[in-house]
Design a protein around this ligand. Structure first.
Ligand code: GLU
Length: 426
């Protein structure tokens, strides 16, 4: 195993680092390379608008539980702000700020006419009854609605939220403002959602993986992939990789993990997870814990769940993979990122790899505004075109300037946003 005692620049803070810190440092590196003025850097660093609300929920036992809810609109220079709403115990204001900034860069990189935003509530949705989750979502919507709108800020699902949560949001918002399907994306198809939105992030990861595999001359059919997370992103990606003949050898979720060197039977794994609530104890595999997961030999390592999981302290020296594909937001800390670069392991960065959800959200929004529906084939084709174009742009920039894919992606994105800020003036 290579050493990890690298010359890490002194301006990279000691670990552990949170998502907000990761997003800040990644932006700082790009801003410096671009030679942005201090004032422009400030403009792009500071969130445009933040809304923090108290969300009281009448619980099933008659008590009232209090939550805090956040919506951060990071930058809207390129259009209405866009980004998901996360329900997870780790959510705090700084994390939402960081995730909102990532959305600004993601939408710019994919050339979507949006800025970036994110919302979040520190809550474990698994602990709530369905009607409690509905009340939470409605109250949060009611108290943030002033800042939302089809041409202002458009939420979508993220970790811990889904199409049903978006349906409640849509209903609550429309009840006050009139029918407004374009105020939220990732809705159920029967409420104006787009075909192909549910699989879009996983499919986008697959497309960038295929492009990167070709670029770096990595094997494809029969190659081995490990995925952390079996939710909306990891679950769809596993299915698509399996269909492609890529062996999904290891999968973990919040409750456990499974390993099968020959490749897991992904459809059977889905059935098992749907039935039991987790991939753990899938019969045709060996059990795998988190420590073991990061050390499984594979070609493609895909973090598709939490942020800040590939770190110097925990695992980066032991990763036994040929490429990291960031399906999650901010899964790699800056020091771990540097170490991967030194080890010659390319990282396909989050703002590129996982942008498929945002891309099809954009398709959904345009369909809503025009009151029409695209066929699934049209959605998939348009998604592929967008993802491939963005990948090529990033790969070319990286090659030309001898920089990592991440730095290249940030250069493109930050430059685009800085240009629109400049044009808008003061
Ligand atoms: N939450 C997803 C993300 O992080 C999707 C955002 C959207 O569709 O607006 O990219």
């Amino acid at each position: 195993m290579p050493e990890t005692s690298l010359d890490v620049p002194s301006d990279v803070p000691a670990q552990p680092i949170d998502i907000g810190g990761i997003a800040r440092l990644q932006f700082d590196a790009a801003a410096e390379l671009l030679g942005l003025s201090d004032s422009m850097q400030d403009q792009l660093r500071m969130p445009f608008r933040e809304v923090a609300v108290h969300v009281p929920v009448l619980m099933g036992d008659g008590s009232v539980r209090s939550f805090m809810g956040y919506r951060v609109q990071h930058n809207g220079a390129r259009g209405p702000t866009k980004g998901g709403i996360r329900y997870h115990p780790d959510v705090d204001r700084e994390e939402v700020q960081g995730l909102a900034a990532l959305m600004t860069w993601k939408t710019a990189l994919l050339d979507l006419p949006y800025g970036g935003a994110k919302g979040g509530i520190p809550v474990d949705p698994g602990e709530l009854q369905r009607f409690e989750l509905e009340r939470l979502t409605r109250k949060f919507t009611e108290r943030t609605a002033l800042a939302l709108g089809p041409y202002r800020d458009i939420p979508a699902p993220d970790m811990g939220t889904d199409a049903q949560v978006m349906a409640w949001l849509l209903d609550e918002y429309s009840g006050k403002r009139g029918y407004s399907p374009a105020v939220v994306t990732g809705k159920p198809v029967s409420l104006g959602g787009s075909l192909g939105r549910d699989e879009a992030t996983g499919r986008g990861v697959l497309i960038t993986m295929q492009e990167a595999a070709r670029d770096y001359s990595l094997p494809w059919e029969g190659a081995r992939a490990s995925i952390q997370g079996f939710g909306n992103v990891g679950g769809h990606l596993a299915t698509l990789l399996h269909e492609q003949g890529v062996r999904v050898v290891a999968v973990t979720d919040a409750w456990g993990g499974v390993l099968n060197e020959d490749g897991l039977d992904v459809p059977a794994l889905h059935e098992h997870a749907d039935r039991s609530g987790s991939v753990a104890e899938f019969p045709e595999a060996e059990p795998l814990n988190d420590y073991g997961f990061w050390r499984v030999p594979c070609d493609y390592l895909v973090p598709a769940a939490l942020g800040s999981v590939i770190t110097k302290e925990d695992n980066v020296a032991d990763l036994d993979c040929r490429m990291v594909v960031e399906a999650a937001n901010a899964p790699t800390t800056p020091i771990a990122d540097k170490i991967l670069e030194e080890r010659g392991i390319p990282v396909v960065p989050d703002i590129l790899a996982n942008a498929g959800g945002a891309v099809v959200s954009y398709f959904e929004w345009t369909q809503n505004l025009q009151q029409l529906r695209w066929e699934i084939e049209a959605v998939r084709e348009a998604l592929k075109k967008k993802m491939v174009a963005a990948y090529r742009n990033v790969a070319e920039t990286a090659r030309e300037r001898t920089i990592s894919l991440r730095t290249a992606a940030y250069l493109i994105a930050v430059e685009r946003v800085a240009e629109t800020e400049e044009l808008r003036g003061h």
